[in-house]
Design a protein around this ligand. Structure first.
Ligand code: P6P
Length: 281
C-alpha cells in the first residue's frame, strides 16, 4: 500500500501547484452530484487519474467528479474512492481546501476500507494517513518533501463546534443541540471546507463537526465513499467517534450508489455522547 501513499504525496504537490497557477473559472460541466465543476476540479481529477494509471495494485478509481467506476488494472487489489479537490469553490477567496482518499479492498462499503488519507492545501501542505496499524500519521511538506511531524490523538472533550448546513433547514432537535454546545462555551470554527474544518478539530483539542440531515438535504450533503467514510476512519483511529443521525457508526455504512450521501457527525467522545442523548439514539 506504500506505493499508493507515495502516489498521494506526488499528486498533492501537483494539485497544490495547480491551485496556485491554474485558471479559477468554471468548466462547462457538472459532477455526478449536479455541482458545477471548476476547471481546477477537472484538472485535479486528471492529475490523480494519470498518477494512479501506473500503480498496478489499484484496480479501480471512483471520483466525486465522475459518474461510475474507472477500471485501471484488472489484477489490482484496491479501489481508491477520492474527492480530488473538496471545497474547491473556496480557492477564489484564498481559504484552505483538500483532497480526500478512501482505499477499499473488495465491495465498496465502509467495512472494506483498509486505509484513508487526506491532504490540506493551506499556508502549508499537510497530509494525514490512517491505517489500522497506528494512530493517524501527520505529515507536513518541508522543502518539497513530506516529513512526518507526529501522530494524531483527539482529546476526549474539545471546545470547537463546526456546524454545517443551512441553519434554517436544520431540525429543531439539531438546532437545540448545537445551541446547547454554544451555551457551554464552544467556539464556532466553520469555513465550509470539510478537510480543513475536520483537520482543525483533530489538531486543536477536539470538539464536533456536524453535517446533519436537513430539509433541503434529507440524506445529508457529504458523500459516503470519498468524504464521510475516509474521515470516519481517521477520527476513530485518532480515538474519536463518527456516527450518523441514527447513532450508527459511519464505519458501518453500505452505500447503494457510489455518490450516496449520509448525515454525519465526527468528534470527541463527550460531544458525540451528548449528540446521541439529544437525538435520542
Ligand atoms: P455547506 C464543500 O462544498 C463541501 O462539500 C464540504 O467540504 C463542506 O463541509 C460542505 O460542502 C459545506 O456545505 O452547506 O455548509 O456550505
Amino acid at each position: 500500500m506504500n506505493e499508493i501513499f507515495e502516489t498521494i504525496k506526488k499528486v498533492a504537490l501537483e494539485i497544490d501547484e495547480a491551485i496556485k497557477t491554474e485558471d479559477l473559472g468554471y468548466s462547462d460541466s457538472a459532477n455526478s452530484s449536479g455541482e458545477d465543476q471548476l476547471k481546477l476540479d477537472v484538472q485535479s481529477d486528471i492529475i490523480i487519474e494519470e498518477a494512479f494509471a501506473s500503480v498496478e495494485i489499484v484496480k479501480d478509481l471512483v471520483s466525486e467528479e465522475k459518474e461510475g467506476v474507472l477500471s485501471l488494472h484488472k489484477d489490482g487489489k484496491y479501489t481508491i474512492c477520492y474527492d480530488p479537490l473538496d471545497g474547491s469553490s473556496l480557492v477564489d477567496v484564498n481559504l484552505s481546501v483538500g483532497s480526500i482518499f478512501g482505499i477499499y479492498e473488495g465491495e465498496l462499503q465502509a467495512s472494506n476500507l483498509v486505509a484513508s488519507a487526506y491532504v490540506v492545501y493551506g499556508p502549508r501542505i499537510e497530509l494525514v494517513i490512517a491505517t489500522k496499524e497506528s494512530k493517524p500519521k501527520h505529515y507536513r511538506v518541508s522543502k518539497g518533501i513530506f516529513v512526518q511531524v507526529g501522530e494524531i490523538a483527539i482529546d476526549k472533550k474539545g471546545k470547537l463546534n463546526a456546524s454545517g448546513g443551512t441553519q434554517q433547514n436544520w431540525s429543531k432537535t439539531h438546532k437545540t443541540f448545537i445551541d446547547s454546545l454554544f451555551a457551554e462555551g464552544y467556539r464556532l470554527r466553520y469555513s465550509g471546507g470539510m478537510v480543513p474544518d475536520l483537520h482543525q478539530i483533530l489538531l486543536k483539542g477536539g470538539g464536533l463537526f456536524s453535517y446533519p440531515a436537513t430539509t433541503d438535504k434529507p440524506n445529508g450533503k457529504l458523500r459516503q465513499l470519498f468524504e464521510v467514510i475516509p474521515f470516519a476512519f481517521v477520527y476513530e483511529m485518532a480515538g474519536g467517534e463518527a456516527i450518523d443521525d441514527k447513532g450508527n457508526r459511519l464505519m458501518q455504512l453500505i452505500p447503494s450508489h457510489p455518490h450516496d450521501t449520509s448525515p454525519c457527525f465526527f468528534g470527541s467522545l463527550y460531544e458525540i455522547t451528548k449528540l446521541k442523548e439529544a437525538y435520542g439514539v
